[in-house]
Design a protein around this ligand. Structure first.
Ligand code: GLY
Length: 349
């Protein structure tokens, strides 16, 4: 089977395989990494209904003893209760340090599965098998794992790299349009922050999935290799996210991550010219609208400001904001909260 492989050199080195129909090859690909072992698959109710049986067959036909744990689909599942329940499941199933976890799903499953793998027995191997565009280009790569707690999204987590990522782009054919579009916001983000050529390609809708996913993964790989533990340049990946997370939280997650990031990128782009940078807001807004995003914020400046005070990118009296200098070039600005408050009032009045 033809697929692309992107190698990541972080605290753990691993390959990310990307290709159409790759699920069939998962067992063969993981064998050199995990050997003879038991596998614990974590997935969600939607993915399980569509593809769960096929993954089990692929693994079992290759001789693996596999157990499966299914969580309800949706962001609400990325919680402490499910983390503990899955850890307990791993213990009851007598998963050992020589066994491995497979996170088969979107960002929720990947984050919860990865965090569980990092905690169980102080760390067991895990494999990411992303099934959404968003997970393929972002959450399955780079080793960030987390759950949400009542005070905020992703506030409890770890950096824990998988031993492999196996991305079958064909699985995305079954995604509802709005879930696929969520991933498009992250793809547009990569074009905006670091690759003007990729951004140009994205005007062709629909874009070529394999090559665009591979390019986004390469960009993320390069960033993660420079700053695995998120103390510098990795912050660029948060373009649109500071405001986006605030919008998700204010909407009680009725606004999806991708929609919120799209709105957040527009807010950041409107702030940029007020800080002496170029104005790409109209160009970016037009592209996002072409992809079907509603780019209106839906909240006023005070609501956004108060919501982002709980953001983990806040350091005392400042917060890290990513602003575009041009299409394909963003910079991280550590902004005093008071200044941001004033700027938000200007762009959201
Ligand atoms: N999703 C942002 C990061 O992985 O750093």
């Amino acid at each position: 089977m033809q697929y692309r492989t992107i190698h990541v050199d972080a605290s753990r080195s691993y390959d990310i395989h990307i290709g159409k129909g790759l699920l069939t090859d998962v067992a063969r690909l993981i064998r050199p990494l995990v050997g003879e072992c038991r596998l614990a698959v974590i997935t969600d109710s939607n993915v399980n209904a569509l593809h769960g049986e096929r993954l089990m067959q692929v693994l079992e036909n290759d001789g693996y003893n596999v157990v499966k744990y299914v969580i309800p689909a949706g962001e609400a599942s990325k919680c402490a209760e499910n983390l503990l329940a899955f850890l307990n499941f791993l213990a009851l199933e007598q998963i050992t340090r020589s066994d491995a976890v497979i996170a088969f799903g979107g960002g929720v499953v990947g984050d919860l599965g990865g965090l569980s793998a990092s905690l169980f027995l102080r760390g067991v191997k895990y494999i990411q098998v992303p099934t959404t565009l968003l997970a393929a280009v972002d959450s399955s790569v780079g080793g960030k794992t987390a759950i949400d707690i009542p005070a905020g999204k992703n506030l409890v987590g770890s950096f824990y790299q998988p031993v492999m990522v196996c991305c079958d782009t064909e699985l995305m054919d079954t995604l509802p349009a709005e879930i696929y579009r969520d991933g498009c916001a992250e793809v547009i983000k990569y074009g905006m922050i670091l690759d003007g050529e990729l951004y140009k390609v994205l005007h062709e809708i629909p874009f070529d999935r394999e090559s665009v996913v591979a390019r986004c993964v390469e960009i993320k790989r390069d960033v993660v290799q420079q700053d695995e533990f998120d103390n510098g340049v990795r912050g660029l990946l948060n373009f649109g996210h500071t405001f986006g997370h605030a919008i998700e939280k204010l909407s009680n997650f009725a606004v999806s991550h991708g929609e919120a990031v799209a709105k957040g990128m527009v807010i950041a782009s409107r702030i940029a010219p007020l800080c002496g940078m170029c104005d790409v807001a109209d160009e970016l807004s037009a592209l996002l609208v072409e992809y079907g995003f509603d780019i209106t914020c839906g909240y006023n400046a005070d609501e956004i400001y108060n919501a982002l005070l709980a953001d983990k990118k806040r350091r005392g009296g400042t917060i890290a904001v990513v602003l575009p200098r041009a299409i394909g070039e963003c910079i991280l600005v550590n902004m005093p909260l008071d200044d941001l408050n004033v700027l938000l009032k200007k762009v959201l009045s």
